[in-house]
Design a protein around this ligand. Structure first.
Ligand code: DAO
Ligand code: DAO
Length: 278
């Protein structure tokens, strides 16, 4: 059955240009825990202006409203997360293509389930297509259920971006740090059998107290070539960490086996699989 939340077919894009190799992260990687190397680079970024108004994302109008004014119509190349109205372009600069969108919720004081952010997962077509030959004999309908395929996407040096759009208006950096230590921390443990405290800390140390994440902030978490996890807030570079394990742990939250949003996981997996069959 088709997904209600991703009601368009994947658009055909021109061949994405290769992204430049990361230039500035430290290659003198420290060796941590079970021999996992990583390197961190922090770039300066001024704190976001908390007074900046939240820019309401475009919401697809119903057919009735659509006839009122064409000027109000959202661009055809966006997809809207329905519970929050957060809108995601169907492709990012550099050619990464949207595979699915979803919602990250969290309970506050153990009771209320709040929407924290909406997310979209983007994949570089040409990188995903490098898996074509291996899965040549797998039927289109079976590929998205194929565990090895998903493992390969999580494990290999394929460029992907998870875009987060903050919808919760009272997010503090402290709660981001705590949540991250819990969710990503559990994945580091699951995949490596060790807590990897230093690796986790190298990441959370990027989350400076002066950063503000008001509603509407956009965070891009990207796996770039060479297993570099790159973080941008509202388009500005916040830092990079080179770690295959960390990249996998972050991606696993969105389309691994125990994701934040099950429907999103299904959509993302279908979207990834469909890239091999076009
Ligand atoms: O206000 O204490 C509170 C509840 C906040 C819940 C936060 C969950 C954090 C999720 C991580 C956000 C990453 C951008
Ligand atoms: O939702 O639990 C989760 C994982 C969220 C990953 C968040 C990464 C946030 C990076 C932004 C740092 C802002 C200073």
């Amino acid at each position: 059955m088709g997904s209600l939340r991703f009601p368009f077919s994947l658009p055909q894009l021109p061949n994405p240009s290769r992204w430049p190799k990361p230039s500035s992260f430290l290659l003198a990687a420290a060796t941590v825990g079970a021999g996992i190397g990583f390197a961190v680079n922090v770039s300066s970024r001024s704190a976001a202006d908390p007074s900046e108004p939240y820019r309401r994302p475009f919401v697809r109008p119903s057919p009735i409203w659509a006839s009122v004014s064409l000027a109000d119509a959202p661009p055809a190349d966006t997809s809207v997360e329905p519970s929050t109205g957060a809108s995601f372009p169907t492709s990012l600069d550099g050619g990464r293509r949207l595979t699915g969108i979803g919602l990250r919720k969290s309970s506050v004081l153990g009771i209320k389930n709040i929407n924290v952010y909406a997310f979209g997962v983007y994949a570089d077509d040409s990188d995903i297509k490098r898996l074509s030959q291996k899965y040549d004999n797998v039927a289109a309908t079976e590929l998205k259920e194929n565990k090895e395929f998903i493992e390969d996407v999580l494990d290999q040096d394929l460029r992907l971006t998870v875009r987060l759009q903050i919808v919760y208006s009272r997010l503090s950096i402290g709660s981001v740090r705590n949540a991250f230590a819990k969710t990503v921390g559990s994945r580091l443990q699951k995949f490596s059998g060790s807590e990897n405290k230093e690796l986790l800390q190298s990441f959370t140390s990027l989350f400076k107290d002066e950063y503000k994440l008001p509603k509407g902030s956009v965070i891009d978490l990207s796996r770039e070539q060479g297993y570099v996890l790159q973080i941008k807030i509202d388009g500005e570079d916040v830092g990079k960490i080179q770690s295959k394990l960390l990249c996998k742990s972050v991606l696993d939250l969105y389309f691994g086996d125990d994701p934040f949003d099950n429907q999103a996981k299904e959509d993302i997996r279908s979207g990834l699989a469909s890239i091999l069959f076009e």
